[in-house]
Design a protein. Structure first.
Length: 203
């Protein structure tokens, strides 16, 4: 999840507010980057990660491992242009994918940075039939389906439209087994160890 600080630096942070996962309070985009970097963003999860700072996207892109894809979710239009410029600066067009629940945001990415790959995430409470009716007009290269929507009658039209399929979150074996037979291209998970052990078991 990508958000911007008050001075327009892009950081990786899920919530709009700082309260739940840092020792700060208030709305993230009202804080400067310097102030954000002083916050403890790790202790809430485990004492081992005490004093872990909020990650700066530019730093993450500069050391991202070869051979992996970075899926970057945008929630507002204001981040589109700085994110596109940052991806371009790091020559990361081939391994960065911009995700959004908003096709308007993805259309803006397409207009400004057509080479950058885009993924439309279909909301789990939204009508799937509406998605399928406009599947060929989406400004996207990928479609994100929640596991509850991973059934053949939804997946097949997406494939026919030329979209790669990602699904998640997949954090337990029951969900993994339900979606694997549909051969998603990408699986999003908070438990990569579980996914790896299931797909590539150690002898």
């Amino acid at each position: 999840d990508i958000q911007a600080s008050a001075d327009h630096a892009l950081v990786i942070f899920h919530d709009e507010r700082l309260d739940r996962t840092t020792d700060g309070a208030g709305i993230l985009n009202e804080w400067s980057l310097e102030a954000l970097r002083r916050l403890d963003a790790g202790a809430w999860f485990d004492a081992r990660y005490q004093k872990e700072p909020i990650p700066i996207l530019a730093e993450v892109l500069s050391c991202f491992p070869d051979g992996l894809m970075a899926f970057l979710e945008l929630k507002n239009q204001e981040c589109v242009e700085p994110l596109g410029k940052l991806i371009r600066h790091h020559h990361a067009e081939e391994w960065c994918v911009v995700l959004s629940f908003s096709d308007q945001i993805l259309q803006r990415v397409s207009d400004l940075f057509p080479i950058i790959k885009r993924a439309y995430i279909h909301h789990p409470q939204a009508d799937v039939s509406d998605l399928l009716n406009r599947i060929t007009s989406l400004p996207a290269d990928f479609i994100g389906l929640f596991p509850s929507h991973m059934v053949p009658e939804n997946v097949e039209p997406c494939r026919q439209a030329g979209l790669q399929i990602l699904t998640g979150p997949v954090n337990d074996m029951d969900t993994l087994h339900k979606i694997l037979f549909l051969s998603p291209d990408y699986i999003l998970s908070d438990r990569p160890d579980l996914i790896q052990n299931a797909l590539y078991p150690t002898p």
